[in-house]
Design a protein around this ligand. Structure first.
Ligand code: AMP
Length: 412
């Protein structure tokens, strides 16, 4: 079905076409007609499935209704959990709005950078605000922004925004916006607790669930390699050379490990850069754009990079440290195989982390073959692997001491 049959205006269809969107993805086909009617929506689809345009296109069309006003009232609020995602979503909305006769002003607000340019950008108002919750609340407190006229609330990566880390801030935002509004919530996963929360916030929502089927599932080859913790860096280096990998995203458990592993690889001639929440916003932005441009072979990152960030055609993801949960596993491997490209997701598993990985497999209904690589065969002895290589077995969070010990062990 072409975009023109979804009820969108020719200006929006043209912009989608210019971005190379020939036909709607399943989530777009499911969401757009209902969102144009004003329905509340819970969209559950794999990462990389085209969720941004699924909410941005109907949002833009609905904002065309009604006369333009000055100052511009904020009519649509898009909340996202990370700065990178805020920038990316803001950019996507602007591109899709490019041919509209009255394109809305889009303000992108996130922390970690000076507040002044964002304050200036809000002068005269902005019809669309894309923001992380903390900075949004700061600006409201400074009276630079009012949310009393919000008509549409979008939560992107809703599971993260609704979980405990953001719950307080999100509640404060909900107090500031009108109770009668359109809600569009999107995420790759909706765990039961989050699902229950959405019930209380949404009015009779339409659930658009795009299950991963062979036709829309990004083709991700999932591999598991058995290796002792201490051998992982050597194995990674070997695989990069042996398999000719370019543009690899490597997940580790801590900011320290991101720095440490990147540095160890860099010293041996692999252009690896760390990427984590401890870097300044400027550094994060620069590293990410350099990685996207192919200036770095590898980004060694915490779970910060596991959600939302769109790096076109990322070919390889490596779980150097295993994710804490099955949900995190889905988000991480979703960084590859995006928009129909094929990708490889490799997990390093040791005798010590095998039980944890089995739990992930069980939750994901997977049963993956364990591979061994010549020269890196594990001793299969937990004592040979002192580093607790995961973020921890679920239910037992590693203490600060555990993390320090793990970091020290990695240095051996
Ligand atoms: P998202 O899930 O919104 O992060 O989108 C993932 C990627 O798919 C982005 O690079 C989009 O530009 C691209 N995309 C979104 N919609 C379409 C479409 N209908 N056809 C082709 N590519 C698309």
């Amino acid at each position: 079905m072409p975009f023109s049959l979804l009820g969108l205006s020719p200006d929006l269809v043209r912009a989608a076409g210019q971005l190379g969107f020939a036909t709607p993805t399943p989530i777009q086909a499911g969401v757009i007609p209902a969102a144009l009617r004003g329905a509340d929506i819970v969209g559950c689809a794999q990462t990389g499935s085209g969720k941004t345009a699924a909410f941005a296109l109907p949002l833009l069309q609905r904002l065309q209704e009604g006369p333009g006003r000055t100052p511009r009232p904020t009519r649509a609020l898009v909340l996202v959990p990370t700065r990178e995602l805020a920038a990316q979503v803001g950019e996507a909305i602007r591109s899709l709005a490019q041919h509209l006769p009255q394109p809305p002003k889009v303000a992108v607000l996130f922390g970690g950078v000076s507040v002044n340019p964002q304050m200036m950008g809000l002068r005269g108002g902005a019809e669309v605000v894309v923001a992380t919750p903390g900075r949004l609340l700061d600006l409201v407190q400074h009276n630079v922004l009012k949310l009393a006229e919000v008509e549409i609330l979008v939560l992107d990566e809703a599971d993260r925004l609704l979980d405990l880390g953001f719950a307080q801030e999100l509640n404060r935002v909900l107090w500031l916006i009108p109770p009668v509004r359109q809600n569009l919530f999107f995420s790759a996963t909706f765990p039961p607790a989050v699902q229950a929360l959405t019930e209380t916030l949404l009015r009779d929502p339409l659930r658009v669930n795009v299950p991963a089927t062979p036709s829309n599932e990004p083709s991700i080859l999932q591999r598991v390699i058995r290796v002792d913790g201490k051998q992982r860096t050597g194995l990674l280096r070997h695989l990069v050379k042996d398999q000719g990998w370019e543009q690899v995203l490597v997940f580790v458990a801590t900011q320290y490990a991101a720095e440490h592993v990147a540095w160890k690889l860099y010293k041996t001639g692999i252009f690896a850069a760390p990427f984590h929440g401890g870097l300044s916003q400027g550094a994060r932005k620069q590293v990410l754009s350099e990685f996207k441009n192919g200036q770095w072979d590898m980004l060694v990152t915490t779970d910060l990079a596991s959600r939302g960030i769109d790096i076109a055609q990322l070919p390889v993801v490596v779980n150097y440290d295993l994710p804490r949960s099955a949900v995190d596993y889905v988000h991480r491997i979703g960084r590859t195989g995006r928009a129909g490209e094929s990708g490889v997701a490799v997990s390093f598993v040791s005798a010590q982390t095998e039980a944890h990985f089995r739990l992930i497999e069980k939750r994901q209904h997977l049963s993956l073959l364990r591979e061994h690589v010549d020269g890196f065969e594990p001793l299969d002895d937990p004592a040979a692997d002192p580093a607790p290589a995961t973020g921890g077995i679920k239910g037992k969070r590693p203490s600060k001491k555990d993390k320090l010990r793990a970091a020290a062990a990695r240095q051996l």
